[in-house]
Design a protein around this ligand. Structure first.
Ligand SMILES: Nc1nc2c(ncn2[C@@H]2O[C@H](COP(=O)(O)OP(=O)(O)OP(=O)(O)O)[C@@H](O)[C@H]2O)c(=O)[nH]1
Length: 428
């Protein structure tokens, strides 16, 4: 049996955190930090009674809560039970945490606990909440043939706001992965019918790289060699059963964080910082691939170079920041007027490149004319002064002998478009 749980509808969509803390200054500090660092909103309460009132109003707006264990009207951490009754994940921020209290909090499955007046506790609480908020987009698959253990892990993951998928053996897991390629992490048992965990990990590594899909294998503490076999099969990490929820989350978090860092690095390597479009290097890489396919006769392509008209004047009259905003607006117009299968990137400065996959030669001019018109219609102004934005576009559909030659031909057509009066599309 395979289930999909915890979809976006069951989680608060507003990014609001309930902060229950009797020190007004600490509450304020935490709220300000959450807003600044993660764009999260807060509702503050100074006592159990105030927390009850905030929850009575609408508990579904809270995706998490930060709770002080020692409140004037609830000195024994009673607020944790109150908030957890509403299914809201809890982060504890307490004055002191002795071993007994720590055990109690862990048995209640709080997300994490922090002690006040240690170094950076506000930062750490905010970081944990930011991560919880982010987890709503992270899909984790649990593969285990025991329904009860599967359900237990699923509950644990949901308390951290992860989205979860389950499968009861390796074969089902592969099928579900194909249906949900956005999955970031697979946590798999070893002994399962049909396809065991080691076979599953090996099969996963034939299709997905470690940095695209992380795998944690659940080994057995009584079988010391198993962890090494899991890692050799291609697991990113392992956890030995039986394990504590705290260790489980440390491993899950480390692995999902690693995936996130890789995603950000990739993003930084391929995106233009200002416009968010493909940067020059990435655009050229994609163009080379499409060009090679066009050479093999798989489809026809058109290459367009798009140069903003009189852009120096925009900068000179209104300043570089306004110029930057204009480039961003143009980038939006370009991507909105092209199809997702087309490529558009920033070639440099005020010049953009696009590569269209077309059915017939005539289509290229029509599409690029639409692109030109979309930019000319951008409603852009500074302090009430309208700033007209237009582009000159040159394009080529002949494959020439290389992509660079095609770019050269399109570039030549841009110069002609400029010479002929700008704001026009010219074939190279
Ligand atoms: N604000 C801003 N300006 C940029 C950026 N990149 C390039 N520019 C400016 O774009 C301007 C390009 O000017 P020119 O090459 O003279 O071309 P133009 O003024 O657009 O004139 P035509 O192309 O002939 O229509 C220069 O002033 C560059 O400084 C950027 O990232 N931000």
């Amino acid at each position: 049996m395979i289930q999909m749980m915890n979809d976006a509808t069951s989680v608060s969509a507003t990014g609001t955190v309930l902060v229950v803390e009797d020190s007004r200054s600490l509450r304020g500090l935490l709220s300000a930090y959450l807003d600044d660092a993660h764009g999260l909103r807060t509702v503050e309460a100074g006592s159990l009674a105030e927390a009850e009132a905030a929850l009575a109003l609408d508990p579904t707006r809270f995706f998490a809560a930060v709770l002080d264990l020692n409140l004037p009207d609830a000195p024994e951490g009673e607020v944790v039970d109150l908030v957890q009754r509403h299914g809201i994940p809890v982060v504890v921020l307490t004055g002191s945490l002795d071993p007994l209290l720590r055990e109690t909090m862990l048995s209640k499955q709080v997300v994490d606990y922090f002690v006040k007046h240690k170094r950076n506790e506000i930062e750490q609480v905010a970081h944990t909440l930011g991560r919880l908020w982010h987890n709503r987009q992270v899909k984790v698959m649990v593969v285990d043939d025991s329904p009860s253990f599967r359900a237990y892990l699923q509950r644990l993951l949901e308390s951290y706001r992860y989205r979860t998928l389950t499968a009861n053996n390796g074969r089902e897991a592969l099928k579900r992965l194909a249906e949900h390629p956005e999955t970031s992490l697979v946590i798999t048992d070893v002994n399962m019918p049909e396809m065991n965990g080691l076979e599953l990990i090996e099969a996963i590594r034939q299709q997905y790289r470690r940095e695209d899909l992380a795998v944690i294998g659940m080994s057995d503490a009584s079988k010391p060699g198993l962890s090494a076999r899991l890692l050799k099969a291609g697991a990113n990490d392992f956890i030995a059963k039986p394990f504590q929820a705290e260790e489980f989350f440390c491993r899950v978090t480390q692995n999902t964080n690693m995936m996130e860092y890789v995603r950000r690095l990739r993003e930084a390597a391929t995106r233009d910082v200002l416009t968010g479009l493909a940067n020059r290097r990435h655009a050229l890489e994609v163009c080379e691939k499409l060009y090679a396919n066009a050479r093999r006769g798989h489809f026809q392509i058109a290459l367009g170079m798009i140069d903003v008209d009189h852009f120096k004047q925009v900068n000179d009259r209104f300043g570089h920041l306004v110029g930057d905003d204009a480039l961003k607006r143009i980038a939006v117009a370009l991507s909105q007027s092209l199809r997702a299968s087309d490529l558009v990137g920033r070639y440099g400065g005020e010049e953009f490149i696009c590569l269209l996959v077309i059915k017939q030669d005539d289509d290229a001019e029509l599409v690029l004319e639409r692109v030109r018109a979309a930019v000319a219609q951008v409603d852009f102004e500074d302090g009430g002064t309208p700033i007209p934005l237009t582009v000159s576009i040159g394009f080529a559909t002949e494959l020439e002998t290389s992509l660079l030659q095609m770019i050269g031909r399109a570039d030549g057509a841009v110069y002609r478009a400029k010479a002929e009066g700008r704001n026009r599309v010219v074939r190279g």
